[in-house]
Write a protein that binds this ligand. Structure first.
Ligand SMILES: *[C@@H]1O[C@H](CO)[C@@H](O)[C@H](O)[C@H]1NC(C)=O
Ligand SMILES: *[C@@H]1O[C@H](CO)[C@@H](O)[C@H](O)[C@H]1NC(C)=O
Ligand SMILES: *[C@@H]1O[C@H](CO)[C@@H](O)[C@H](O)[C@H]1NC(C)=O
Ligand SMILES: *[C@@H]1O[C@H](CO)[C@@H](O)[C@H](O)[C@H]1NC(C)=O
Length: 271
């Protein structure tokens, strides 16, 4: 019995061993393929994932790139537009400046023409409305002159002229010199500086460049001083208190353009 058992045991053992061996055999051979299959799937999934990620990145990149490109193009367009606008504006500014300069030139020319025309009208009609001097004043170049026939001291003459917003005549250039010489004036105070001593008489021509002409703010004249007056083409000095005629001068107003178009006959001339 024990033998049988032993045999059976042995047989069982043997068979189980063999089975074990068999099992081991099957595991030894069959296990590796099962494992590589799992890994392959995982690797495949990973690769797919990587690919997807790469594609996603690519898509994102290209999206970013195209967006950037569009934005850059827009920026460039905006920049160009801005530059063109700036160019246009500066051109417009130059154009406007040119235009206002042209208008200014034109109005200056118009003013010159009106002044010339008014000088011509004044020659024919001394009291033409266009004359830019007060009534009874003479007009020469761009100044107005008045010859008075009230005998006054030199100081009173200065005050009289001053009250007319004018000053005693000074002769500082050839044009005024010739104009005054043509009047052949006898005994008119001039705007010369008063002297403490009686001066040698001078020819009128020599006085143009002299620095003896009176300036408004010098008024320290006393009765003992000598003042200059014109006598034809000479200048003499006499006591400033002597009564004498005098000449006032002042700057003429600009000629009013529309006044040159008015009637030659001034208001009230024949009334
Ligand atoms: C600039 O001026 C040109 C010509 O005058 C005009 O055709 C263009 O539209 C202007 N550009 C802008 C931005 O105003
Ligand atoms: C402005 O005037 C200058 C010359 O005075 C000229 O060269 C230029 O073309 C002018 N520009 C415009 C916009 O009129
Ligand atoms: C001469 O001087 C007078 C003022 O004294 C002035 O009105 C006139 O314009 C001057 N003429 C010239 C040619 O300089
Ligand atoms: C002198 O000038 C003042 C101010 O400029 C003016 O009010 C006055 O009327 C002028 N006087 C004469 C006589 O022109």
């Amino acid at each position: 019995m024990s033998e049988e058992v032993t045999y059976a045991d042995l047989k069982f053992q043997d068979s189980s061993k063999r089975e074990n061996i068999h099992e081991l055999d099957t595991v030894g051979i069959k296990a590796p393929p099962a494992l590589s299959h799992g890994w392959r799937q995982r690797i495949l999934a990973l690769t797919l994932l990587c690919l997807l990620l790469l594609i996603g990145l690519g898509v994102l990149g290209s999206l970013f790139y195209t967006t950037l490109k569009i934005e850059m193009e827009n920026l460039n367009k905006l920049q160009n537009f801005k530059e063109e606008l700036q160019r246009n504006i500066s051109l417009q500014l130059i154009h406007n400046m040119n235009n206002s300069k042209r208008i200014m030139d034109l109005s200056n020319t118009l003013q010159e023409i009106a002044t010339k025309l008014c000088h011509e009208l004044y020659k024919r009609e001394p009291e033409h409305k266009c004359k830019p001097c007060p009534k009874t004043w003479m007009w020469h170049e761009d100044s107005c002159y008045i010859l008075t026939d009230n005998y006054e001291t030199w100081q009173k003459s200065v005050m009289f002229c001053s009250a007319q917003n004018a000053s005693l005549l000074t002769i500082k250039n050839k044009s005024v010199l010739e104009f005054i010489k043509s009047k052949r004036l006898r005994g008119y105070w001039l705007g010369l500086l008063a002297k403490k001593n009686k001066r040698i008489n001078q020819k009128l021509d020599e006085t143009i460049i002299s620095s003896n002409w009176f300036t408004r703010n010098r008024n320290d004249v006393n009765d003992m001083m000598y003042c200059g007056y014109i006598d034809t083409v000479y200048i003499y000095y006499t006591h400033c208190t002597s009564p004498m005629n005098f000449i006032c001068e002042k700057l003429a107003d600009p000629v009013k353009i529309e006044s040159t178009l008015m009637s030659e006959i001034p208001d009230g001339k024949y009334s």
